[in-house]
Design a protein around this ligand. Structure first.
Ligand SMILES: *Cc1c(COP(=O)(O)O)cnc(C)c1O
Length: 401
């Protein structure tokens, strides 16, 4: 893969008619080292946020040994890239054939579930096909439903058993495994560490009611990255509060603490160069959009940082909205995106912080979606890991600006 110093050098060299994805392996390495060194437990990478094999190898080299996978295709992909990685199948609804292949062919022992039906499915799928004996090495995690109220994207309504169901399910699951965990997801881009406090409080209530031994607590993903208008407290605040509340839980003395960051590990990994095809007032028609890497910009009005890549733009910045390349009216991104007032058709823009749920979302709809991929060596446009996030010394920190 070609290496350039920065986006401007790429735009000058290629004058690209199609979008170009710019990867920063050094930024992903820094994020992974930060989590591995500072999170007070085991760090799993949530593969769905960006399944690029190059990225997965960078994370592995930086010390991430465990991977949260949610489909048999993700199991195969990570196993092919990393023969020695530990894979954990954390989607609470799986097909029997996916469970069987994961367990027997790829050595997956850890599965999550949120119902008795799923427990039965896992137990049956992992039975020895010759002797009919039940598997003795299953590691099962019960997914609890927790509140998403402190996060930008909810993951609260779809999965997880509620507090009324959890005790009976935990007792039932305990009969089928020697290692029992509880997992949850507070929602993506949790803007305050308090999101994890309320989830751990609920976890405490479930354990107390069930009176079973718990071997692992998995606080899931939700660790934030940084975007215009979304500047969270430093990740150390999250780690500290999680650590404190984990130690107060009534769990086995040697219980493990896990987390499953997706966004926080890879958001800074990629940006993208797009070309302005047309300008209509303060709307720019660009060559990526709702069906490409800008899915979240269109569907949940996410504001990504932008930078014009031309030298000859002199006007002050103004607010712009974007249209993507497809023929669909929904291919629209309200922003606002601040760019020089004299930007025009033919100019190139770098859109930052697209490593998570950006590059991974590209489709071929309407014949668009091709993108060259290159490596750049400069800093990402924004960062949680460059020492610029200031610690706030108080409990239950909320610092929304
Ligand atoms: C999506 C997902 C993650 C990663 O979430 P982020 O908000 O990107 O950190 C982790 N665990 C599970 C089970 C998920 O579905």
């Amino acid at each position: 893969m070609h290496i350039y110093p920065d986006a401007q050098a790429v735009a000058r060299a290629l004058r690209p008619d199609e979008p170009v994805i710019l990867n920063r392996p050094h930024a992903a390495r820094r994020a992974a080292r930060f989590f591995v060194d500072k999170f007070p437990g085991k760090v799993l990478y949530a593969v769905k946020s960006n399944p690029a094999p190059d990225l997965i190898e960078v994370l592995w080299d930086a010390g991430v040994t465990h991977y949260d996978v949610a489909s048999i295709a993700e199991v195969r992909l990570v196993r092919a890239a990393l023969p020695d990685a530990t894979l954990c199948f954390m989607h609470p609804i799986k097909t029997p054939s996916a469970i069987r292949e994961a367990y027997f062919k790829h050595g997956v022992k850890t599965f999550s579930l949120d119902s008795v039906e799923e427990l039965e499915k896992i137990v049956e799928a992992c039975r020895n096909p010759e002797t009919g004996e039940a598997a003795r090495d299953l590691r099962l995690c019960v997914r609890l439903r927790v509140s998403s109220e402190y996060s930008e994207l909810s993951l609260a309504s779809k999965f997880g058993c509620d507090l009324l169901e959890a005790p009976a399910l935990l007792q039932e699951v305990r009969q089928h495994c020697d290692w029992l965990g509880i997992c949850f997801h507070v929602g993506s881009q949790a803007m305050t560490p308090f999101a994890f406090v309320q989830a751990l409080d609920r976890t405490r209530a479930a354990i107390a009611e069930a009176s079973v031994v718990i071997d692992m607590i998995d606080v899931g993903g939700g660790f934030p990255s940084i975007y215009p208008g979304m500047e969270p407290p430093p990740l150390e605040d999250y780690f500290q509060i999680i650590h404190q509340h984990f130690y107060a839980l009534p769990i086995a003395y040697n219980a493990e603490l896990w987390c499953e960051p997706g966004r926080a590990l890879c958001a800074e990994y990629s940006s993208m160069i797009v070309k302005v095809e047309k300008r209509r007032g303060n709307e720019l028609y660009i060559n990526d959009g709702a069906y490409g890497a800008l899915y979240d910009a269109a569907h949940v009005a996410w504001r990504f940082p932008v930078e014009a890549l031309e030298d000859d733009l002199r006007d002050a910045k103004e607010d712009f909205a974007f249209y993507g390349p497809t023929c669909d009216d929904a291919d629209y991104m309200a922003g606002p995106f601040a760019l020089p007032g004299d930007i025009q058709a033919g100019d190139f823009i770098e859109i930052g912080m697209l490593g998570a749920y950006g590059a991974a979302m590209k489709t071929g709809f309407n014949g668009f979606g091709e993108a060259e991929v290159v490596i750049v060596e400069d800093e990402p446009m924004m960062s949680m890991f460059d020492g610029s996030r200031v610690r706030v010394d108080s409990d239950n920190v909320v610092s929304l600006r």
